[in-house]
Write a protein that binds this ligand. Structure first.
Ligand code: NAD
Length: 504
């Protein structure tokens, strides 16, 4: 793919039309590999949100009454269009986010899998029944959409994360408002265009660009029933507290600091490439990135794994996502690169040893940062506990698995944890004791499939029902539970008569 030269037009999509935002301010969108401005995101105001909510509200009665089989057919067409435009979407991800083609294709695929899951909405919407809870009385539950719902998404998976909610919420009969990251608005725009081409009626899907002011307008809007948020921990906490205080249902998926625990029996020739890919893939800008390597055992075993990881990381090819063979792609913004650098400086000050230093990466343009390893990190250091969200791996050395689990559980976060071993008893001990919602055994990025929940715990998640899987369907629906009996009784042996026959 070539660098994109033309600037993209970024607008809101409200009631079936692409419209200019009322807000006059904009935020620059960069190609992170070159630093070139490729678009400007309008920062929508309260009035823009009001218009979008109004359009979604007007569409709700028609869409929620559309048979679920017809809603599912729109999703099937959406899935086909996403497949047809797969490469285009992949390249848009690389352009606006910076990740390489393989990672970008992976996220588009993972997003499509949620659409496939949501195509089963006629089954997913099924309620439950028990007949004869008392004599002649049945108990039934029905699933209903909520109304107008919103999704607020981050920059790091600009195609997949909108697709975590869009097909599920819409398939369940809600009308939907998407607020993309102001740093990566292009994939969201394309997804909405394709959904419209698939036949979603006007007002059912709306898109409002913007940043915190737009988010706050959504949170305060009395007619938005539910908000699904994905982003950093402080913002997730703010969204959860503000949204629930105004009576909304909220799920807020937040930041992470994931350990990769390596036991002395790990199959290193296979584990090391996996560890390196978890730590440095997508430049470490993943909520499932393994950002702490916990080397367990005697010093010799610890040194062995750290040295192999250092060797593999130091030979990574730093380059643009659209260049053949790039292994370490740029960070999203220069300001973020400065933040990552300041964490490496901090680690050094806290007493860690920088055994691989990416601070002086040689690229003239773009927001690149080289692979970095901080060795000798301890649980008291901020670099062990705070999310850096860059290609920086902290190494913690411990003697036993118990200590590795205790270190991991000292984290305020609980998104994911991986273990590298062939020892089933060790795996069982770890699974039973570790505080993390997504677990990987010899897998560094423990991403659940679309039919499972994306399952962070502790400060990695605020709410009750997680995104995707059956949790996602429950989040976007509510039940009516009905107890039913009929009072007329046919004479014994006689078939039940229809009301008109009975003269009713
Ligand atoms: P972010 O919190 O900066 O932004 C996320 C969204 O919140 C964006 O749409 C943004 O416009 C909005 N926002 C930002 N600041 C706000 C404020 N002060 N008030 C209201 N809204 C605000 O996150 P990001 O940098 O785009 O994404 C990276 C973060 O997301 C990382 O912390 C990562 O771990 C997390 N993340 C978590 C998951 C998960 O499933 N747990 C998945 C992906 C990313």
């Amino acid at each position: 793919m070539q660098t994109q030269r033309k600037a993209f037009d970024v607008r809101n999509f409200v009631g079936g039309e692409w419209v200019e935002a009322n807000g006059q301010q904009t935020e620059a969108v960069y190609n992170p590999a070159t630093g070139e401005v490729i678009a400007k995101t309008p920062l929508s105001t309260k009035e823009d949100v009001e218009r979008a909510v109004g359009a979604a509200e007007a569409a709700f009665s028609g869409w929620s009454a559309t048979p679920v089989t017809q809603r599912a057919r729109v999703l099937f067409r959406f899935k086909m269009l996403l497949e047809e435009h797969f490469e285009e979407l992949r390249d848009l991800v690389t352009l606006e986010n910076g990740k390489d083609a393989k990672d970008a294709a992976g996220e588009v695929r993972r997003g499509i899998e949620v659409v496939e899951f949501a195509c089963g909405m006629p089954s997913l919407m099924m309620g439950e029944t028990v007949r004869d809870v008392a004599s002649g009385i049945d108990n039934v539950s029905w699933r209903y959409p909520l109304g107008v719902v919103a999704a607020i998404v981050p920059f790091n998976f600009p195609c997949m994360i909108p697709l975590w909610t869009m097909p599920v919420a819409v398939g369940a009969g809600n009308t939907y408002l998407l607020k993309p990251s102001e740093r990566t608005p292009l994939c969201s725009k394309r997804l909405v265009e394709l959904f419209v081409e698939a036949g979603v009626p006007e007002g059912v899907v709306n898109l409002v660009n913007g940043a915190h002011e737009t988010v706050n307008a959504i949170l305060e809007h009395p007619r938005v029933k539910a908000v699904s948020f994905v982003g950093s921990q402080p913002v997730a906490e703010h969204v959860y507290k503000t949204g629930t205080a105004s009576g909304k249902r909220v799920q807020a998926l937040a930041g992470a600091k994931n350990s990769m625990i390596v036991l002395p029996d790990a199959v290193l020739e296979k584990a090391v490439p996996n560890i390196v890919s978890s730590a440095y893939g997508n430049a470490g800008e993943r909520c499932l990135a393994g950002s702490v390597l916990v080397a367990v055992g005697e010093k010799e075993a610890q040194d062995r794994v750290v040295e192999k990881v250092r060797e593999a990381a130091s030979s990574m090819k730093v380059g643009a996502g659209y260049e053949e063979g790039s292994e370490l792609t740029p960070l999203i913004r220069d300001s973020h690169r400065q933040k990552v650098r300041s964490y490496v400086d901090l680690g050094e000050k806290e007493g860690a040893e920088v055994v691989l230093d990416g601070r002086e990466v040689r690229r003239e343009e773009g927001f690149f940062f080289g692979p970095t390893i901080l060795d000798g990190v301890t649980g008291e250091m901020r670099v062990a506990r705070e999310e850096i969200f860059g290609p920086v791996l902290s190494v913690v050395r411990v003697d036993t698995l118990e200590e590795a689990v205790a270190f991991t559980n000292g984290s305020p976060f609980g998104n994911a944890c991986s273990i590298y071993t062939e020892n089933g008893a060790a795996v069982r001990y770890w699974r039973e004791h570790v505080e993390a919602g997504m677990l990987g055994v010899n897998i560094g990025v423990a991403a659940p499939m679309a039919f499972f929940p994306f399952n962070g715990v502790k400060n990695s998640f605020y709410g009750d029902l997680h995104a995707t899987g059956k949790d996602g369907v429950r989040f976007f629906t509510e039940n009516k539970v009905e107890v039913v009996r009929y009072l007329s009784e046919p004479a014994s042996g006689e078939a039940v008569r229809l009301p008109q026959e009975a003269g009713a």
